[in-house]
Ligand binder design. Structure first.
Ligand SMILES: *Cc1c(COP(=O)(O)O)cnc(C)c1O
Length: 825
């Protein structure tokens, strides 16, 4: 049984080197860094951390009102709360890190530290799968591997565990030393080195050296000796014992052979300490092979018998790296986390649910939580408190143990089932309407069957959106900005066809400063989805000015006419004055905007109107930021814009910020960043500039399925008004996507193609409204197989080229009836 390791507040204060103001020297049972994870029944210590956007100090009062009494803060707030305890520190995050390090040093069982560019989470999860049958293991939940994630993971260590698996990730120079001080690994595992976060490092080597820092005092290090950069750097800077696997280089575990035995399995033969042995793994891709070899090495080094290793390796299960949000039946949203169910990851999944579905009624379907070693009664009470704290309205527990402890959940409406089959038989899913349903269970419960049942499947075409990559793009662009330059994200046109609400929610969470849409309706729907960021409307229709003001949307003013119209409506909203507006200057695009010749009259007018409107920003738009051949034009635009701003400023209007650059502008004309930039296409991972394409990651994948396959004889035609007849017998596939979905007719008759099971299949005949036909000659496939329209193999640039257009149009073509599926790790 796990012994709680509780600390008195005064002890924690000492570990944190805090100035302590303690009225009641209580035991602390939990730490809290995110106010949303608050639940009753714990004696929390809240650590107020300043983030890029949020400041934990803003939540101190709210948490006090909920009953939290102990706080780590950087300044004591002016609250008259005599019964609160304050640990005042200079930096809350590093105080938490000191505490986590001290906590970790209380335990003598081994800590394995895992780092590398890719594969950390998979290796950690696989080691857990391989070792947990005979060891009680504590591990980082999901990919909690950052400067905040690592201390929170270490805090999960308890008496009674026998091994800790800690994942450590960095994004910048200098970060690993801090992680090392906390984790102090007894055994190190270095997975791979790759391009992740490379924008913050000068070279791969520099990144390897930084990562090696984790193993500074670590006696043993495991890695692949074929990764020469890791190998050479380890030889040079690492002083402990190196333990390696390799296919080519000399190594402790030498891979002699790797042979696919069928579609799904590979047999690997290796030689370790002079003896040959084999494992079979249920994966065929290269990354899984490397991860498996590294795990194999770890098990051999750990002394596990060959027989047991091969039994367990054959049963390795894929690691669900991401939480999926899927459109469900009856306007429900389903969050699929059907592969694991420990308490820490439940917390993360609930946060994801809260962030993704602010408006919907929340439902949680959860299986028994296995392998915890904790008393079920107290575990399920904690779960129940967490559900209540997260506003879960309906709880469904599946499994014999959770059903037995149903009494723990009495405060939430709840239902219990002995197993997944029983649930599927008895539960009427049509009872679920407009709900957000989190499905989370241990693998053995096979909750993917529940997800399938809940998933809306009227239309088989999906646009997959990888939100993690979007964040990476955002961070890359941020790395190019001066610290003082703000960022406006363009989410017009349904966020470039992506899904405006979801994108805006993530952007708000990631600390973007402003959003921009084209029309008032788009802004209103963001407000209804709970978005609080300021929103610029680029082209507000005068008929919608009322709605605009009621929803606090800020208009672009581009002419004296629109200024007059807006003021007419604004008159009825005297309480809203002065109202924020944005002044658009025409500097050479020759679309909307005030001309340079208008500026002095404009400045005068703005001065008169100071009590009614406040120009929050003044901006202009570049006509051709992507190509060198237009740099003269761009320079002229920059100069004109600066001139216009200076003139307005001189007239006494000082309230505004200036912005000019769109994505390509940010990438190519950094000198013109000014106070803010407007990021559009780059956020979605695309650029018309070859050089920047390599730095950005496209986030969209458009997929559909083959509805039917038929053999068509020579001399027959395909589809409507066939241009030509078949000159030979052909196998023809019908796919579930047509021009009404955003597959333009122009791609028909061989001008475009899709990818089926690794091969290209050109369109044949004309594209229909809801369907299209493809030529499957020489492709091994069956009905129901997936079809890539664009994504990993067919780039959207290629599709745009076939259409003789630009990626912007190819993306915004995709119709709203195509289901959007969002992923985030
Ligand atoms: C769409 C738009 C942008 C964004 O352009 P990208 O090339 O997609 O970055 C910036 N500013 C204005 C005024 C826009 O309309």
């Amino acid at each position: 049984m796990m012994d709680e390791k509780n600390y008195r507040l005064s002890e924690i204060g000492e570990m944190m080197e805090a100035e302590s103001i303690i009225t009641e020297n209580d035991f602390i049972t939990e730490i809290l860094t995110d106010s949303r994870s608050f639940r009753k029944g714990e004696n929390f210590l809240f650590i107020a951390i300043r983030g890029r956007k949020e400041d934990g100090h803003d939540y101190v009062k709210g948490l006090y009102d909920k009953g939290v009494r102990s706080f780590v803060v950087e300044r004591k707030p002016d609250l008259e709360k005599p019964d609160a305890n304050w640990l005042v520190v200079s930096d809350s995050l590093s105080a938490l890190q000191k505490f986590a390090g001290a906590h970790r040093r209380n335990f003598n069982y081994p800590v394995w530290g895992i780092t590398g560019s890719n594969g950390k989470t998979v290796v950690k999860e696989w080691l857990f799968q391989l070792l947990s049958p005979d060891k009680r293991i504590v591990r980082s939940p999901r990919s909690y591997n950052s400067k905040l994630g690592v201390p929170l993971s270490l805090w999960l260590m308890r008496e009674g565990h026998e091994l800790a698996l800690m994942e450590c990730g960095i994004s910048q120079k200098g970060e690993m030393a801090k992680l090392e001080e906390m984790v102090k690994p007894d055994l190190g595992i270095f997975t791979t080195i790759g391009p992740a976060h490379q924008e913050n490092f000068d070279s791969y080597e520099e990144k390897v050296i930084e990562k090696m820092e984790l193993f500074r005092d670590c006696p043993e290090l495991l890695y692949c000796a074929d990764h020469t950069l890791i190998h050479d750097t380890a030889k040079r800077v690492y002083t402990g014992k190196r333990v390696t696997w390799a296919e080519n280089a000399e190594a402790d575990l030498r891979i002699m052979d790797a042979e696919p035995v069928n579609d799904n399995h590979v047999e690997i033969t290796g030689k370790y300490m002079g003896r040959l042995s084999k494992i079979l793994i249920p994966f065929r891709d290269r990354a899984s092979f490397e991860n498996a070899c590294l795990c194999w090495l770890a098990l051999l080094h750990h002394g596990m018998a060959d027989q047991i290793i091969s039994e367990r390796m054959a049963k390795l299960a894929p690691v669900a790296m991401r939480l999926e949000k899927i459109a469900g039946i009856n306007n429900c949203t389903v969050i699929n986390d059907a592969y694991n169910s420990d308490f820490a990851s439940l917390n993360i999944a609930l946060e994801f649910q809260a962030m993704k579905s602010k408006q919907l009624k929340r439902v949680v379907i959860l299986s028994d939580i296995l392998q915890t070693g904790e008393k079920p009664e107290s575990l399920y009470r904690k779960v129940a408190d967490l559900l209540e704290a997260n506003g879960v309205k309906l709880f469904i527990g599946i499994g014999p143990t959770i059903s037995k402890y149903a009494r723990c959940f009495e405060k939430t409406e709840s239902k219990f089932y002995d197993g997944t089959d029983q649930f599927l038989e008895e539960f009427a899913t049509h009872e679920m309407h407009e709900m957000s349903i989190l499905v989370k269970g241990s693998r053995v419960f096979r909750f993917e069957r529940i997800v399938q049942r809940l998933e809306a499947r009227n239309h088989e075409t999906v646009l997959e959106i990888n939100l993690n990559l979007m964040i990476e793009n955002l961070n890359y662009i941020r790395s190019l900005l001066k610290p003082t330059t703000k960022l406006m994200a363009m989410v017009k046109a349904f966020a470039y066809g992506t899904g405006a609400k979801e994108v805006a929610t993530i952007l708000e969470y990631s600390g973007v400063d402003y959003l921009a849409v084209a029309y008032v309706d788009e802004g209103v729907s963001l407000r209804k989805a709970g978005i609080g960021l300021p929103i610029l409307v680029l082209n507000p229709e005068s008929s919608a000015y009322d709605a605009m003001i009621r929803y606090r949307l800020e208009p672009q003013i581009y002419s004296f006419r629109t200024l007059g119209l807006f003021l007419e409506t604004l008159r009825i909203y005297a309480d809203q004055m002065p109202y924020p507006v944005h002044i658009k200057i025409n500097t050479g695009m020759n679309r909307l905007g005030f001309d340079l010749a208008d500026i002095s009259a404009l400045a005068e007018r703005l001065t008169e109107l100071q009590s009614q409107i406040t120009p929050r920003t003044v901006f202009s738009h570049l006509a051709a930021s992507d190509g060198e051949e237009f740099d003269e034009l761009t320079k002229r635009q920059i100069a004109r814009f600066q001139e216009a701003c200076a003139e307005i400023h001189k007239a006494g209007i000082k309230s505004f910020e200036r912005h000019l650059l769109n994505s390509n502008g940010i990438l190519r004309h950094p000198e013109a960043q000014m106070d803010m930039v407007r990021l559009g296409l780059g956020l979605y991972g695309l650029s018309s500039n070859e050089k920047f394409r390599k730095k950005l990651k496209p986030i969209h994948k458009l997929q559909t399925v083959i509805s039917q396959i038929r053999e068509v004889e020579k001399g027959e035609g395909i589809g409507y008004s066939p241009k030509e007849l078949l000159t030979e017998k052909k196998s023809i596939g019908v796919i579930a996507m047509g021009y009404a979905d955003g597959l333009p007719r122009k791609l028909g008759n061989g001008r475009g193609c899709v990818r089926v099971n690794g091969k290209m299949a050109p369109f044949i005949g004309n594209i229909c409204m809801d369907m299209a036909m493809i030529d499957l000659s020489g492709i091994d496939c069956k009905e129901g197989d997936q079809v890539e329209v664009f994504g990993d193999h067919i780039s959207i640039y290629q599709v745009a080229k076939n259409l003789e257009t630009i990626p912007y149009e190819a993306l915004t073509n995709i119709s709203q009836r195509v289901k959007r599926v969002f992923y985030k790790e």
